[in-house]
Structures are given as structure tokens and as C-alpha cells.
Design a protein around this ligand. Sequence first.
Ligand SMILES: NC(=O)c1ccc[n+]([C@@H]2O[C@H](COP(=O)([O-])OP(=O)(O)OC[C@H]3O[C@@H](n4cnc5c(N)ncnc54)[C@H](OP(=O)(O)O)[C@@H]3O)[C@@H](O)[C@H]2O)c1
Length: 282
Amino acid sequence: MSTRTVPAVRLPAGEAIPVMGMGTWHMAENPARRQAEIAALRTGIEIGLTLIDTAEMYADGEAEVLVGEAIAGQRDNVFLVSKVLPVHATYDKTILACRQSLKRLGTDRLDLYLLHWRAPVPLAETVLAFEELIRLELIRFWGVSNFDIHDMEELLSVPGGDAVQTDQVLYNLMRRGIEFDLLPELQDRGIPVMAYSPIEQGRLLPHPVLNAIADRHDATAVQVALAWVLTRDGVNVIPRASTKEHVMQNRGAIELHLTEDDLRLLDETFPPPLSAQPLAMY
Ligand SMILES: NC(=O)c1ccc[n+]([C@@H]2O[C@H](COP(=O)([O-])OP(=O)(O)OC[C@H]3O[C@@H](n4cnc5c(N)ncnc54)[C@H](OP(=O)(O)O)[C@@H]3O)[C@@H](O)[C@H]2O)c1
């Protein structure tokens, strides 16, 4: 494997974050897998996948505990992302939820704190809470997740809303809806998209076209799926892998360069959107 540095995507605040990080949804749900999951995250950090995405929702907080164990002693090597649930998006509850996430993670700060999806709380109130968390130095940056174009427009119109650093959304070959409007809009504004479920939770693995392209490059279908997302400007990916082998394979996708022919075939097989579509989400 190449030891080349993992390329970066720049947040609007100027911070460089790796184009590939690691997701943690469904981790910490099975005690028999715990050590392998921790080892996978540690391997990822060693090979440059230093962004870890978690959430208070995952395994009811236990994924944060697991991440805390994985990053113990190397907190400064990691760009740590967590998320507040919409049900906690009021001013007071956001601050409390963040403090509880920090406790579970065993750290004194998050690098990026996201609103997990739209809440029945005015956006201005959640933004005020994020601003207070920054003032308290409990988070460094904030962003959102599962925000469609109209949500982003609304966010950008509230006081302080333009400090948003990312929109984490579902994006992969099978879920290309954001290419019609949301992605170009965010690219224009310099707000990166963090692509979640980039391998469609494993469902892209058996696809014959991905496997045919993979064979031509001596790669795997997962690597093709990840490399395709990484052809987009201002997009990074956070695949979840529970074994060291999968993490190392995923890292290898950064060095996989798809040809024009590959990209054409992928467009034929997974056509880009021809009209606006509601944002897909899990
Ligand atoms: N903001 C949101 O609403 C939201 C929603 C969904 C996800 N997310 C975030 O995005 C992350 C990624 O999405 P995801 O977990 O839904 O799905 P994903 O990353 O698309 O797929 C995960 C699946 O792919 C498998 N996999 C990973 N690398 C592989 C490899 N090299 N070879 C074969 N199989 C491989 C994993 O298996 P193994 O576990 O066996 O390695 C797992 O079953 C989440 O973990 C979470 O952090 C955010």
C-alpha cells in the first residue's frame, strides 16, 4: 500500500480534512466484534483515515464509547465528528447532548458537531447552541446532515447560519439525486459534502459492472464505488468497515484512478438525475 498522504478537502473555515474517513454506525452493537472494530479504527488512523464519524444515536451512545477507546492516547491525531439528534436540538438540550457525547468519547472537544437531520426546532436556536459550544471550546466547528437544498437555503438565511462547515448526506452510485441541485450549490459555496453510506451499506459489492471495472484495475468493487465518489470536487467519504482488511482496502481506493471509459460505463449503469429529487436518506 502506498504511504502517500491522504488528500484533503477544505472546510470553509480553512481546515483540511481527509477525503476519506471512517463511519461507525452499527459498531458497538455486538460484543463479539468489539475488539475487531477497535482494531479497524486504529488501523485506519495509522494509515491516514484520521476522520472518525460517530453520533449519539449509534448504539445508543455505545459507538461513541467504542470510538473513545479506539482513539485513547491519540486524540490529537483524529478529526472527530459527532451528531446531535433532532430531539435534542433545542438550545439547552444541544449543549447537554454535546457534553454527554464528550464524556462518552473521553475527550474535551469535538472537531465537528452536526445536527443529524432537520428538527422541529427553529434552526436559529440550534445555531445559537452551536455558537455557545464553540465559545465554550467544546466544539471547533459545526455542520448539518441530511439537509436538502431548501434546508440549506433556510440555514444560510438565519443569523450565523453561514458558519456551516459541511452537509453530510447519502451519496453513492445508486443515490445520485444530489448531483442535480444540492451538490453544485454546495460546491459553488465551498461547503463540502460528506458522503455517507458510500458503498450503499455493502449493496454495491456484488454489482457486475463494478466487479468488471474492478477486475480491469486489479481492484475490488468497493474500491471502485469509493473511487467514483472521490472523483467529485469538494466531497469526502466515510465508509464504515469493521475489519482491518476492509479499512486497508478502502484506503487503497484513494489511489485507484478510474478511466474515462470506466466513468462512462458507470454513468450508463447508474444514470445521473435529470430532474430535482427529494434528498434520499437513511
Ligand atoms: N448522517 C446520517 O444520517 C448517516 C446515515 C448513515 C450513515 N452515516 C455515516 O456514514 C457511515 C458509512 O455509512 P454506512 O455504515 O451506512 O454504510 P457503508 O459505509 O456504505 O457500508 C458499510 C458496509 O460495507 C462493508 N464494507 C466496508 N468496507 C468493505 C470492504 N472493503 N469490503 C467489503 N465490504 C466492506 C461493511 O462491512 P464490514 O462492517 O464487515 O467491514 C458494511 O457492511 C456510517 O457508519 C455513519 O458513520 C450517517
